[in-house]
Write a new protein. Structure first.
Length: 488
């Protein structure tokens, strides 16, 4: 019994040893080491107890690590740039035909460094690059020297510079325009061709004070109301605004009510009262007023005023052409308020805004560096009535002011009149305040009286009413009014 019990115990111990060996191998395999598979080994003779051989050794295949050696730094090669990421969208283009030219406009593309302009004539298949616009903010180009009465097609592409590479964007849809003949700027009156027809007009017969103060022989037709040649493009929607005398000429400003063409200044001979030529300004601002400081012509330009030398006027006249384009202003100066009208008196440039609801402040500026780079310094201020459209001054300082709003009396807020004042220039208050004092006289005018300019004993007055079909009392002339009749 003891022998049997001892044998049984030995068998249990042997089985336990074998089991523990297997578990040890499993643990090593789980630890991530490579485990060599165990194969049973059979002896060459009988085994008295028929027992298997012991579990084989477990061998690791891990290679001992060597001491690290220092390697030279390796610079990774740069990933190739995907230039398609910089490709810009196609602009939306539009064109307008003029005399042997076409003007192309497009919307500004964010991120563009410039634009390519392509064109072809009708009947040809291939487009040719005609311009490289290197200013990404520019959105206009005029193609000149084209064949008259011919249709041309244009496409525009924005481009971006990526290093030394130019990535061209998508092309705009093709747009076309035909070159056309452009008439000269009209000299004749738009509505009333003769004195007889004008004196029968509703405005002349209804507004007695204008009639009594008017000198017809010194009055003349407003040029350009029928059509204006704006640098080779025809415009029939110009609205006259400001007026001033400068040297030998009377200047009349006008802007395109449709916002298509650039603003202009009509040059009229002071002696003959006849239209001479047109100055095309480098912007489409309303140009509500003008003034001459003896050296420069000043014009309203939104929240600023700009100037160019009087010599440009004489160049335009002496050039003998239908128009002369002003490339850029000599100086652009910000002002305290929107520039709706202006006048010049005794070294001060007066600029004000047209406030339709209440009285506003007009500011007076001194001018420095007239011959080089003119600049302005606010010096004075003066309260003016609402709806002021223009101002001018007599040689002795009387201020003549026009007020107008609406084309019909039936419309709310309607007014159209000329007022005169005698400001206290010698009594300057705090902040440069000058009192305009009480109105000396009010003179009722036909609707839409605009800018005025004093020359000699007359105040030359411009009306924009001839541009409005809703106005029943249009005036298509610059009216010469006796200044004495306006003052008292």
């Amino acid at each position: 019994m003891q022998k049997k019990s001892l044998a049984s115990k030995l068998a249990v111990c042997l089985a336990l040893a074998l089991t523990l060996g297997s578990l040890s191998g499993i643990g090593e395999g789980m630890s991530g080491q490579s485990v060599k598979a165990a194969e049973p080994t059979v002896s060459g003779g009988e085994n008295d107890d028929n027992s298997q051989s012991p579990a084989p050794d477990v061998t690791s295949t891990e290679v001992p690590s060597e001491a690290p050696t220092e390697s030279p730094a390796i610079t990774p090669s740069a990933a190739p740039t995907d230039l398609s990421l910089y490709k810009l969208a196609a602009p939306a283009a539009s064109v307008r035909g003029g005399s042997k030219r076409v003007r192309i406009n497009w919307n500004k593309i964010d991120g563009a460094d410039g634009y390519y302009i392509y064109y072809r004539a009708a009947g040809t298949a291939a487009y040719t690059k005609t311009a490289d616009i290197t200013d990404g903010s520019k959105v206009e180009y005029v193609k000149k020297s084209l064949v008259q009465k011919t249709t041309y097609y244009f496409r525009v592409a924005a481009y971006k510079k990526v290093g030394t590479t130019i990535v061209e964007g998508d092309l705009s849809s093709a747009v076309s325009a035909k070159t056309v003949s452009v008439s000269a700027t009209s000299k004749a009156a738009k509505k009333y061709k003769t004195k007889t027809s004008f004196t029968k007009s509703p405005a002349y017969k209804t507004y007695k004070k204008m009639k009594s103060a008017m000198n017809y022989s010194k009055s003349f037709a407003i040029p350009g109301l029928k059509t204006t040649n704006v640098a080779g493009f025809a415009c029939s929607s110009m609205i006259p605004q400001g007026v001033c005398y400068a040297g030998s000429y009377l200047l009349i400003s006008a802007y395109d009510s449709k916002g298509v063409d650039y603003s202009v200044i009509y040059v009229v001979s002071k002696a003959s009262k006849s239209y001479v030529t047109t100055i095309v300004l480098p912007n489409k601002a309303k140009v509500g007023g003008m003034a001459y400081d003896g050296t420069n012509i000043w014009v309203c330009k939104g929240s600023s005023v700009a100037c160019f030398p009087y010599s440009f006027v004489t160049e335009a006249v002496n050039g003998g052409s239908a128009y002369k384009s002003l490339g850029s202003y000599k100086s652009v100066c910000p002002v305290m308020t929107t520039a709706s009208y202006m006048g010049y008196y005794n070294g001060t440039l007066w600029v004000g805004a047209n406030n339709t609801s209440s009285a506003s402040t007009m500011y007076g500026y001194s001018i420095a560096n007239k011959t080089s780079a003119p600049s302005l310094s606010k010096t004075y201020q003066m309260s003016v009535p609402s709806k002021t459209q223009g101002i001018t001054f007599t040689t002795d300082g009387a201020m003549i002011l026009s007020r107008s709003y609406r084309t019909k009396k039936s419309k709310s807020g309607y007014v159209s009149q000329i007022r005169t004042y005698s400001p206290s220039y010698g009594n300057v208050g705090a902040n440069g305040k000058i009192l305009k004092n009480s109105v000396l006289k009010k003179t009722t005018m036909p609707p839409k009286v605009e800018g005025m300019a004093v020359y000699g004993s007359y105040t030359y007055t411009v009306f924009s009413s001839g541009c409005y079909s809703s106005c029943k009392y249009p005036v298509d002339r610059v009216i010469a009014l006796k200044t004495s009749k306006l003052i008292g």
